[in-house]
Design a protein around this ligand. Structure first.
Ligand code: AMP
Length: 369
């Protein structure tokens, strides 16, 4: 385990594995280009080590240059790609092969494709040492791949975390073992949002409320908001595909989190399975599911009261509230068995003083191993 800027990283890929992948790539590219003189363009800063080792393995006529782009800030992909330096060489009629250290969402790649589509190169190919195929959503197919890797944050071998770790000879990945991921379970009005607000401070967790994310999108008139609105207004559940993708995006946006509180998710068996698979692919897991139990009649009174001040239309009409309970009983309540089978289900009395309930939840969390 190594520490960079206060985060722990564990060994992931050995130097030999990386060099073997590069050798294989060099052989594949040589097969296609050894009879011409291609121009290799390394993407700075991350690709400097890859380019050096690649060229040592590619012993045929070639030229080399660099381009500098940047889209990462800390551990999150900011979505902003800046070109800091254009390729200087005259590229007319040349076969250009981009050497990219890691391709993830494909945002940087899009910028590169754009950059080179405006030149008069003969051919344009992409070679990625590491490829996160699970999260790649670009249109351009990657021509040469060194290693396909899952979507974990990695450092070393040219890659950095806040500029640290580039000189490591091996690749390390962010250690997720200390994370606490909680699912807060309970009918509408059970107090999940209120309690999540306290728990996130106490345990330094990121709170994701799918209901809040939907309401934020509705307020801002996004495509997602418009889609979800009709379901939410009636008290129906939003379709799984939409909700699952949205949840994944929210988690992806917070790679630095030391854990998550999932509030209002999962609500169906398909969502619970999708959450398990998604977390597993990131070397994470649900540590506990805690249900806040309360009586229907108490909840209805609470929701109608909340509706007066929150303005939420689904809180103002008893028939919509009852429909949300029906949805819960039919689709969400069966998840109790799903988590019980995994030994992760805990139940807490959700009636009483707010601070008292926080304490009950804390006892469950502190007892987790
Ligand atoms: P909440 O704020 O959690 O009560 O959610 C309000 C509404 O958002 C729900 O009644 C659903 O229409 C929608 N919603 C929130 N989370 C989910 C989910 N996990 N699956 C489907 N619909 C959801």
């Amino acid at each position: 385990m190594i520490k960079l800027n206060n985060k722990l990283f564990k060994p992931y890929l050995k130097e030999e594995q990386i060099l073997a992948a590069i050798k294989k790539m060099a052989a594949e590219i040589a097969e296609d280009y050894k009879d011409e003189t291609p121009l290799f363009v390394g993407v700075l800063n991350g690709a400097f080590m890859f380019v050096a080792d690649f060229l040592k393995a590619y012993q045929h006529p070639c030229q080399v240059s660099f381009v500098r782009l940047s889209s990462y800030q800390g551990l999150t992909s900011t979505g902003i790609v800046e070109t800091l330096l254009d390729v200087q060489e005259d590229m007319e009629g040349k076969s250009v092969i981009i050497l990219e250290d890691v391709v993830d969402t494909g945002r940087t790649l899009k910028q590169l494709v754009h950059l080179f589509s405006q030149t008069n190169v003969k051919e344009f190919k992409i070679a990625a040492l590491f490829y996160k195929s699970e999260i790649y959503n670009g249109e351009y197919t990657i021509d040469y791949v060194g290693l396909e890797i899952p979507d974990n944050f990695i450092v070393g071998y040219g890659l950095d975390y806040n500029e640290m770790g580039r000189n490591l000879r091996e690749v390390y990945q962010l250690n997720q073992a200390d994370m606490i991921n909680l699912v807060l379970f309970g009918k509408p009005g059970a107090g999940k949002g209120t309690q999540a607000g306290f728990l996130k401070e106490k345990y330094n967790l990121k709170h994701i409320s799918t209901g809040d994310v939907f309401r934020y999108n509705i307020k801002n008139g996004t495509e997602l908001g418009n889609l979800a609105k009709s379901y939410i207004d009636k008290g129906d559940l939003v379709p799984d595909e939409v909700t699952i993708d949205m949840l994944k995006d929210e988690v992806e946006k917070n790679p630095e989190a030391s854990g998550f509180i999932f509030d209002g998710f999962p609500r169906t068996a398909a969502q619970a399975e999708a959450l398990d698979n998604f977390l597993e692919s990131k070397d994470m897991k649900v540590n506990a599911t805690i249900a806040l139990e309360a009586d229907d009649e108490v909840l209805i009174a609470r929701l109608l009261e909340r509706g007066k001040s929150s303005g939420r239309s689904d809180d103002q009409d008893e028939s919509k509230i009852r429909n949300r309970f029906d949805e819960y009983n039919e689709k969400t309540a069966p998840l109790k068995a799903y988590y019980e089978k995994q030994g992760k289900f805990h139940s807490v009395n959700g009636i009483g003083d707010i601070a008292e309930i926080t304490e009950r939840l804390g006892k469950v969390i502190d007892a987790l191993d």
